[in-house]
Ligand binder design. Structure first.
Ligand SMILES: [Zn+2]
Length: 423
């Protein structure tokens, strides 16, 4: 959104009020006897608080109701075993956001090819970048309309995300080819038909360590290094217990801006690539990787610490950097939208088996990048990630696919059973 400094201050105040409203609500809810914790009582408490505490009144009434709604939903998620119990929101760790729960208040109008105008409660009319077609005016009806919005702040400023309801026709079954995909070490997404998806940004630096800033250009990398050195220098003057100077804070903010840019480039590439894959292929097969457990297992336990921890967790880190979990989530809903399906196969052995002759021979994986079959009479060699992707597709064709990955699996737990017992 294009905002004036005054508008930024107003929305900041709203976001802080929303966060504080959450904290007050949580305090109130957990202090109250269980039989008096009702939605109606919480609603009355919020109304009273908005009347009596003037800095809470900067939050529009609808946004305050949205806080209550999300808070109650957080408890429901906890009771159904999907998440932990809601907690207080800390000032510096929480993403700043404000809800605009009613679509009709927004009065969206397109004023330019790239710009639109929107009404925000208690802020006024503001301009936003028009990046996607929105169902407004003649394009909107009961089934296709904007039902609300959410303002979110990151290091690059305030953004608006619209919540949209649309009616889509059931897609025709996809008739494209099948493909296996491997979350590669040398290629971000290796495909079994060799149409690998690469963003041309190596995950590793020449010395073998993971490059966490690969989405930045050389100039930006140099700038980041300079900023980090400056931050370290300024921090060295800070005495224990002293507040960060505003100069140090400004440097931190500049670093955060660069990181936010890199993050946005990564997710843009991810969206474009997964859309392309869902359009092209009817059946997409992926490995079922348990990334948090891979990182945990590399670390090992206190009694039995892992071997080659740095090496293994370095490998895992480059996997989690490519955000494999999010890629799978995107592929799940995008294949469904295009009439295709996503399947998961068990991971063990896919990187060690030769996809040409089917043998698993010791030492065939010569390096992270190269696979050479040691079976006499085969001797196939090629990219190791490509080989794994072909194995993934092979496992699917042999009927080893796990339960189709349609939608999110929810582990239901009977009420009153503690997680450990249920497990
Ligand atoms: Zn072979």
């Amino acid at each position: 959104m294009a905002l004036t400094p005054a508008q930024i201050r107003l929305i900041d105040a709203q976001a802080h009020a929303a966060r504080t409203a959450w904290n007050l609500l949580h305090d109130w809810w957990t202090m109250l006897p269980k039989d008096r914790r009702t939605l109606a009582a919480a609603d009355a408490a919020i109304r009273q608080a908005r009347k009596e505490i003037d800095w809470l009144a900067v939050l529009p009434a609808q946004a305050a109701q949205a806080v209550l709604k999300t808070y109650f939903q957080a408890w429901k998620n906890c009771w159904d075993g999907r998440s932990d119990a809601p907690n207080f929101k800390a000032r510096f760790r929480t993403v700043m956001s404000v809800d605009v729960p009613q679509g009709r208040d927004l009065q969206i109008k397109r004023v330019h090819r790239r710009w639109g105008m929107v009404n925000l409660p208690k802020i006024g009319r503001v301009r936003f970048r028009w990046t996607k077609d929105l169902p407004i005016g003649k394009a909107s009806d009961n089934d296709n309309r904007i039902t609300g919005a959410r303002l979110i702040k990151d290091a690059l400023g305030w953004h608006i995300a619209f919540r949209i309801q649309t009616l889509d026709a059931v897609p025709e079954p996809h008739t494209g080819p099948e493909v296996g995909i491997d979350a590669g070490v040398t290629i971000p997404l290796a495909l079994s038909d060799a149409h690998h998806q690469d963003h041309g940004r190596p995950a590793r630096l020449p010395d073998g360590t993971a490059d966490r800033d690969k989405w930045l250009n050389p100039d930006e990398k140099a700038k980041l290094l300079r900023l980090e050195q400056r931050a370290a220098h300024r921090k060295s003057f800070r005495k224990p217990g002293q507040k960060s100077s505003s100069r140090l804070k400004r440097t931190y903010h500049q670093i955060a801006r660069l990181r936010a840019t890199a993050k946005r480039r990564a997710s843009d590439w991810q969206h474009q690539t997964t859309t392309h894959l869902a359009r092209t292929y009817s059946v997409i097969v992926v490995e079922k990787l348990d990334i948090p457990n891979m990182i945990k297992s590399a670390r090992g336990t206190i009694e039995n610490p892992g071997k080659n921890v740095a090496q293994k967790s370095g490998l895992n880190r480059s996997i989690s950097q490519e955000a494999w979990g999010r890629t799978v989530t995107m592929l799940t809903y995008k294949t469904a939208r295009h009439g295709g399906t996503l399947h998961k196969v068990p991971a063990p052995g896919t990187s060690r088996r030769c996809s040409m002759c089917g043998c698993t021979t010791p030492g065939s994986r010569e390096s992270q990048a190269v696979f050479v079959c040691k079976n006499e009479g085969c001797g196939w060699s090629g990219n190791a990630d490509h080989n794994a992707a072909r194995n993934v597709l092979h496992l699917y064709r042999m009927g080893h696919a796990l339960v189709p990955a349609a939608g999110r699996a929810v582990v239901r737990r009977p009420r009153g059973v503690k997680p450990a017992t249920a497990r």
